[in-house]
Ligand binder design. Structure first.
Ligand SMILES: [Zn+2]
Ligand SMILES: [Zn+2]
Length: 126
């Protein structure tokens, strides 16, 4: 149980440090800095538990496999870099979305995804 707790803690810190949604392999890579012998099955099991407990939430972008982030970040959107594929959090929300809603319709929610190149990719481009 202690080993499991240590693995879970490493996974939560990985997500906290990244401060952006991580794919299971990214979680594994980051968390291995803390628990070198961590395996991908443990990552999947821990993420299932963390989702059930509401500590993490799933982030599903169109055409992408599930990523995870810690819950409690409030309403936000995401930016995906088309070069490295990483997903970042975007704070703020485009105004005027209710004006786009057809007359007589009720708007309940929205999805906004920004695509482009992240600063790391832009700065390392030759
Ligand atoms: Zn990038
Ligand atoms: Zn929004």
């Amino acid at each position: 149980v202690q080993r499991r707790t240590r693995q879970r803690d490493a996974i939560v810190s990985a997500l906290k440090q990244a401060a952006r949604p991580l794919a299971p392999l990214e979680i594994l890579e980051q968390a291995r800095g803390l628990v070198p012998r961590l395996g991908i099955a443990t990552v999947y099991r821990a993420m299932r538990e963390l989702l059930e407990e509401g500590i993490a939430i799933g982030v599903e972008l169109p055409g992408e496999s599930l990523r995870y982030e810690l819950s409690g970040h409030g309403h936000h959107h995401h930016f995906q870099c088309r070069d490295c594929g990483k997903v970042f959090e975007v704070h703020g929300c485009p105004p005027g979305l209710s004006k786009l809603t057809p007359k007589g319709f009720r708007l309940d929610s929205h999805e906004v995804v920004l695509y482009g190149a992240c600063s790391f990719c832009l700065n390392t481009a030759a």
